[in-house]
Design a protein. Structure first.
Length: 303
């Protein structure tokens, strides 16, 4: 903090030049000279002098309020910088897709928070594209995405887990609990993700690999796995979704799975992405290292 403002605060709070000098570990003439310097800098008298006591002028009251606020901000900055270097405390900013946020992160963050009670989390959701833009703009410290960037030159990428893909149908559907081919599935009304999504691309690649045309006219497109589940339950079609997104609905018999006999749909990989050349708060770095160490074995699918 500017030494002249610090002197002003001491004079106002201790009321006399001599008391302020003693608190500042300097001499009374030095305090007087510093007040005069501040008045010349600001172009306004700050005190009315009456004997040993000084009374703030109107301008002085404004400057004192500013100096007080500046001191508070400096103390807060020092606290935040100490927190920045403390791996056990601080804010961890995470960008994530909606489905990892809904189906995986709650238990993961709860476990970490229990072990590190002084950390705080900020989670913002969005598409993989939007999440990566936030990572590049440094508004988040780490990204958890289902469609990682094609190039790893600027990023460190760690596959975290693989969510098995399944076909679901509404309870009571003729194919519910039964088996069919991918070609049979293509003849059914389908609920799908929007064309830019990684899941839609995975499904398209499977149909192409098997020589089966994508459903020509999906009955419903959406950008939410939770919405897909609800639309399927309402009887609007079948869907291919990651298992965690529908596990509770299948267990509650709101949905049924359909087995494909001629193809393995595989799994969708969820990836942790951080910038290569950056200085993260130590709390964020500690969390990223902890999460990467918990990544499941390659090839393991959750089902």
């Amino acid at each position: 903090m500017d030494v002249l403002y610090r002197t002003l605060l001491a004079v106002v709070e201790h009321q006399t030049l001599s008391d302020a000098a003693r608190v500042l570990h300097t001499t009374q003439p030095t305090v007087t000279r510093q007040l005069q310097q501040l008045e010349r800098r600001l172009g306004a008298p700050l005190f009315d002098r009456s004997g040993k006591r000084l009374t703030l002028t109107g301008a002085g009251e404004r400057v004192y309020a500013f100096a007080s606020e500046l001191q508070t901000l400096e103390v807060r900055l020092q606290e935040e910088l100490r927190e920045f270097a403390d791996p056990s405390a601080g804010l961890i900013r995470i960008g994530a897709g909606l489905s990892p946020t809904l189906y995986r992160l709650p238990s993961i963050l709860a476990q970490y928070a229990e072990q590190h009670p002084r950390v705080r989390f900020q989670v913002v959701t969005g598409s993989s594209k939007l999440t990566m833009e936030r990572l590049q703009a440094r508004t988040v410290d780490a990204a958890i995405v289902t469609t990682p960037p094609a190039s790893s030159d600027d990023f460190v990428m760690t596959p975290l887990w693989r969510d098995a893909l399944v076909v679901v149908a509404p309870s009571g559907h003729p194919l519910a609990g039964c088996a069919c081919t991918l070609g049979d599935l293509a003849q059914q009304p389908m609920v799908v993700m929007h064309p830019e999504s990684g899941l839609r691309q995975l499904v398209h690649d499977t149909f192409t690999r098997m020589g089966v045309a994508d459903p020509a006219l999906p009955l419903m497109e959406t950008d939410s796995l939770e919405a897909m589940s609800r639309f399927v339950q309402a009887g609007m079609g079948l869907a291919i979704v990651p298992w965690p997104a529908v596990a509770e609905d299948v267990q509650a018999k709101r949905l049924c799975t359909v087995n494909l006999i001629d193809v393995d749909l595989g799994a969708r990989t969820v990836t942790l992405v951080v910038r290569k050349h950056t200085t993260m708060p130590q709390a964020a770095q500690a969390f990223v290292s902890w999460l990467a160490a918990r990544s499941e074995a390659p090839g393991r699918e959750l089902r």
